[in-house]
Design a protein around this ligand. Structure first.
Ligand code: GLY
Ligand code: MN
Length: 463
């Protein structure tokens, strides 16, 4: 948790930018995985954490924009709770610890919201993404879960996105702490990956590193020799020499801040010639992103710059043909690079994605493109100083997608389907860093994690 002052300042900033009415913030409930008392590890909602800092279940808060008052709702624990879970501060003490002077039992929340509604004032809320929160919103505001996303407050979403997008120095420090652990996770994989090993062994080991460094993983580990599957959470393969191993994994600090790094390494410790050629193209695209990111540049342009490098490299390899610019304009590179160049990162690994891509990833001046290849980009908006974004180009050989496109005779002017045949078992390469947008450009956050061919091979040097 940060200082009281941090949470007071953030709420004051929200009050200044927001509309009239009140904002209702629902913290998370416990989420059971097989019976009520046996729950998934608790994770607080990130906007609740951002404004109220309290990382525990069954809390709610109201910020009254008209009267400038703030209330925390939660229950003092009973003797039964003390027997099972130990002592805890009172709800009043918890409220005071984040600078809130007025706290009430949770059961009084419906009554207060009822009075606010009767007085005709607006109750702003953020779009829910968990079933438990939807049920609470239904009970408290009478809005059916099917209508909650559409009835969520655009004014509140925009105000929250404006604040959370620009990271404070202490937030950057948290992200760098997450990246310190993330670096240990990735260097572990480089040092220990060996032919004959199960993917699961490495997955378990890097989850343990995240936990033993005081946090957890910021998303389920992606670690696979089938790196062409973008989010591959299966870990049931055995590593063989000749395979590439893609690891997309990050730690989350106890305060909730994420790291998100991808490295792709050869199981044998040495890239073969073909792997090295493709790797160098992805690396060049990754470096191009870092050279291009600076305030006011649309992330869409950054994505396109990386896509051109990828298309150009694949043309040089003979896998694509024509001009890189034309291929990217047409969207032909999407066969190899079917995702966006990155996303915001902070308290969520895809920061604020639950608030809606049209607000976090785009703005009033840059809308999501309908063009093939750009229509599924998560983020295209102009960068600003203080944003943290990922830089994650990749080249993938996805047999089912190649077959589909070839069957549809798609982009035959740009894709050399014949030359692709020997690449069906190649897998995929992604390289991902986390960037802080600075006044002049950007800075790669965290410790250096081996990334060039030489750095990776030297780290993996097998005796
Ligand atoms: N690291 C997972 C993702 O960016 O989607
Ligand atoms: Mn990512």
């Amino acid at each position: 948790m940060f200082s009281i002052d941090t949470y007071q300042r953030r709420r004051a900033a929200l009050r200044e930018t927001a509309d009239s009415g009140v904002a209702l913030f629902l913290g998370h409930r416990e989420s059971p995985f097989n019976y009520a008392a046996n729950c998934y590890p608790f994770r607080q909602d990130s906007s609740f954490l951002y404004f109220f800092g309290l990382n525990e279940p069954d809390l709610a808060a109201i910020i009254d924009f008209d009267e400038g008052r703030e209330y925390l709702f939660g229950n003092d624990i009973t003797i039964d709770d003390i027997v099972w879970m130990g002592e805890q501060p009172s709800i009043a003490a918890k409220a005071a610890s984040v600078g809130i002077g007025e706290s009430f039992p949770y059961a009084t929340l419906p009554d207060m919201l009822g009075k606010i509604r009767q007085s005709g004032r607006t109750i702003h809320f953020l779009p829910p993404y968990r079933g438990e929160t939807s049920i609470d919103l239904f009970r408290l505001l009478g809005i059916h879960p099917d209508e909650q996303k559409e009835k969520a407050s655009v004014a509140l979403i925009k105000a929250v996105v404006r604040l959370r997008s620009v990271k404070e120095e202490q937030e950057i420090a948290q992200i760098e702490r997450a990246l310190e652990t993330t670096c240990l996770m990735h260097t572990y994989v480089m040092r220990h990956a060996r032919a004959g090993m199960a993917e699961q062994e490495l997955t378990d080991a890097i989850e343990r590193i995240a936990l033993s460094n005081g946090g957890t993983v910021s998303f389920p580990v992606i670690l696979s020799i089938n790196g062409q599957t973008l989010h591959n959470h299966r870990h049931d393969n055995t590593l063989q020499n000749g395979h590439l191993l893609l690891t997309d994994a990050g730690a989350e600090t106890a305060a909730g801040y994420a790291g998100d790094i991808t490295r792709t390494v050869p199981v044998s410790g040495r890239f073969d010639e073909r792997q090295r050629t493709v790797y160098e193209i992805v690396l060049q695209a990754n470096q191009k992103v870092a050279e291009t990111c600076r305030p006011e540049v649309p992330f869409l342009e950054v994505h396109l710059a990386a896509a051109r490098i990828i298309a150009d490299g694949l043309i040089r390899m003979g896998l694509m043909k024509g001009k890189a610019d034309d291929a990217v304009d047409a969207g032909a590179h999407v066969l190899f690079f079917p995702h966006g160049i990155g996303h915001m990162m902070g308290l969520d690994v895809h920061d604020m994605e639950s608030l809606g891509e049209q607000y976090t990833g785009y703005g009033d001046d840059i809308q999501r493109s309908r063009r093939f290849g750009l229509s599924n980009l998560r983020m295209g908006r102009r960068l600003k100083e203080g944003f943290v974004v990922t830089d994650e180009p990749g080249i993938y050989f996805i047999p089912a997608l190649i077959d589909q496109w070839e069957g549809e005779r798609k982009f035959r002017d740009f894709i050399n389907y014949e030359a692709l045949k020997p690449f069906r078992n190649f897998g995929g390469i992604r390289i991902e860093d986390d960037l802080l947008i600075t006044g002049e450009g950007c800075r790669v956050l965290g410790k250096t994690i081996p990334k060039t061919v030489d750095e990776i091979e030297n780290t993996m040097r097998h005796e």
